[in-house]
Design a protein around this ligand. Structure first.
Ligand SMILES: *[C@@H]1O[C@H](CO)[C@@H](O)[C@H](O)[C@H]1NC(C)=O
Ligand SMILES: *[C@@H]1O[C@H](CO)[C@@H](O)[C@H](O)[C@H]1NC(C)=O
Ligand SMILES: *[C@@H]1O[C@H](CO)[C@@H](O)[C@H](O)[C@H]1NC(C)=O
Ligand SMILES: *[C@@H]1O[C@H](CO)[C@@H](O)[C@H](O)[C@H]1NC(C)=O
Ligand SMILES: *[C@@H]1O[C@H](CO)[C@@H](O)[C@H](O)[C@H]1NC(C)=O
Length: 426
């Protein structure tokens, strides 16, 4: 409690001393403990979460009116220039439970919908891991390292996506004179889709630029299908693009080099049945390793490996047919054969550089009104039909849909998990 009071006091001083960008309502980050591991054991860190800035009200400090229009763009009357905008507008703190984010110790649950005063509302939270200071993002450097987490996908039907991923966001959230709030208020998002948000690094995006950076999707899944996907960008760190440079083969690889067991032919590896190797009705642990060619943290990324644990047993990843042989990890040869855009944007070496520099850990839950998440779980990708992922259907039939991630650990290869059984790496 003493620590919390001190944090609020510091934020208040910063507001009066240097800017008007931080509002009156304090931001209280939900705590989420994480662990870092070496062969000597794991150490618990008091980390916390912050919702993306887009989920925070941003108001004109003179009138309390929103600096955004109803369609989510920047109000150019309040914000004719980025400088005037920064003088007029302030980000306010939020209540995390009313955005569908609940933490307890090392566990976080995210909900897609909330029933607020009898009405179903979409909240679809996206949150970032902050370092123990609560001021900047935690930077995970995962080259020649592994990361593990436990996930409960049992309450994610067809069309939902409970995601845990990394992108090359700036550690401070792009904190600047025009954006003193920074990572403390969840600014600075970027990913390999290069979308054009209303604000970039906390500054009004008046030119409609795209916010691009490399993205490593550790986990995009529901109870029916799962995919592991690196997306390389041929630029380092955060990058603003415009026009064609944001296009389908511009700065970033939007398609990725994905590994989906169902899509690659193994239809009984993952699903809500006791006959599936991973029974998605119960929680399980997911381990992802980023190996290098020379086994050092400065080498070239050479393989992205995966294994699972469930009921205390280590379970090898699905082994699928590929190139007259079998494949259970993402390799350069697999991406060369299947992911032309990933290769064009730098492929494994470029993804490795992003992992080496360090990335920010992101948790989200979302669904997809335009394509119903068919790429993840329908057609050749999974057992869902092409319309089951319609958000209107999900909201009507599963308004309580949620995902829970817990027990997040990263560190040296082989140090973040233990289990029994004959499963394991090849
Ligand atoms: C804006 O909100 C604050 C806090 O609720 C209040 O004190 C202030 O009077 C409001 N200003 C206007 C112009 O409504
Ligand atoms: C923009 O803000 C002005 C001043 O508060 C307001 O009058 C106007 O309706 C807003 N425009 C939009 C599109 O929200
Ligand atoms: C890489 O990035 C540049 C922009 O910096 C872009 O013009 C180019 O097309 C990108 N793609 C490749 C494959 O080099
Ligand atoms: C796979 O086997 C086929 C048929 O034997 C052969 O034509 C092809 O070259 C092989 N591919 C690779 C990558 O070895
Ligand atoms: C898809 O599944 C839903 C829910 O089970 C069902 O209502 C719908 O008729 C199915 N659609 C098609 C095209 O099979």
């Amino acid at each position: 409690m003493a620590v919390f009071t001190l944090t609020v006091a510091i934020i208040t001083i910063i507001r009066f001393a240097s800017s008007q960008q931080i509002g009156r309502i304090p931001e209280v980050h939900p705590r989420l403990t994480t662990q870092t591991c070496t062969k000597h054991g794991c150490t618990t860190q008091q980390t916390s979460l912050v919702l993306d800035a887009l989920s925070h009200p941003i108001d004109d400090i003179h009138t309390n009116e929103s600096c955004e229009t109803s369609s989510g763009g920047v109000n150019t009357t309040i914000c004719p220039t980025v400088e005037v905008c920064a003088e007029n507008c302030a980000l306010e703190g939020v209540n995390y439970a009313s955005h569908g984010v609940y933490t307890n110790g090392d566990s976080v649950t995210l909900r897609q919908y909330l029933n607020i005063d009898g009405t179903e509302e979409e909240v679809s939270p996206r949150v970032y891991l902050l370092d123990p200071s609560g001021r900047d993002y935690e930077i995970l450097k995962l080259l020649n390292q592994e990361i593990s987490f436990t996930v409960d996908v049992s309450n994610l039907p067809c069309g939902m996506n409970g995601a845990l991923y990394l992108t090359s966001m700036d550690a401070s959230g792009g904190r600047s004179q025009l954006n003193p709030a920074g990572a403390t208020y969840g600014t600075g998002y970027c990913d390999a889709q290069c979308n054009a948000p209303a604000w970039i690094n906390g500054v009004a995006n008046l030119k409609g630029l795209g916010a691009c950076c490399s993205e490593m999707d550790l986990w995009e899944a529901n109870s029916e299908a799962t995919q592991l996907t690196p997306h390389a960008c041929n630029v380092t760190g955060f990058y603003e693009c415009s026009g064609a440079a944001c296009g389908s083969n511009g700065v970033c690889d939007k398609d990725g080099c994905g590994f989906n067991p169902y899509g690659l032919g193994d239809h009984s590896f993952y699903g809500p049945s006791v006959t599936d190797t991973i029974d998605t009705k119960k929680p399980f642990t997911v381990v992802t390793q980023f190996l290098t060619s020379d086994g050092t943290s400065t080498g070239t990324l050479s393989q992205i490996r995966r294994l699972y644990l469930q009921n205390g047993k280590v379970i090898q990843n699905a082994k699928v047919d590929f190139d007259n042989s079998t494949l259970d990890s993402i390799t350069p040869a697999y991406c060369e054969a299947t992911a032309a855009t990933f290769e064009a944007e730098g492929g494994f070496p470029q993804m490795g550089k992003a992992l080496e520099m360090g990335m920010v850990l992101i948790f989200s839950i979302w669904n997809d009104p335009s394509a119903f998440m068919n790429w993840l779980d329908s057609g050749t990708a999974g057992p869902c039909n092409s319309t089951q992922g319609n958000p209107a259907l999900i909201e009507a039939e599963n308004p309580g849909t949620s995902v829970t991630f817990s027990n997040i650990k990263w560190g040296d290869i082989g140090t973040t998990y233990s289990g029994s059984g004959s499963g394991g790496w090849n």
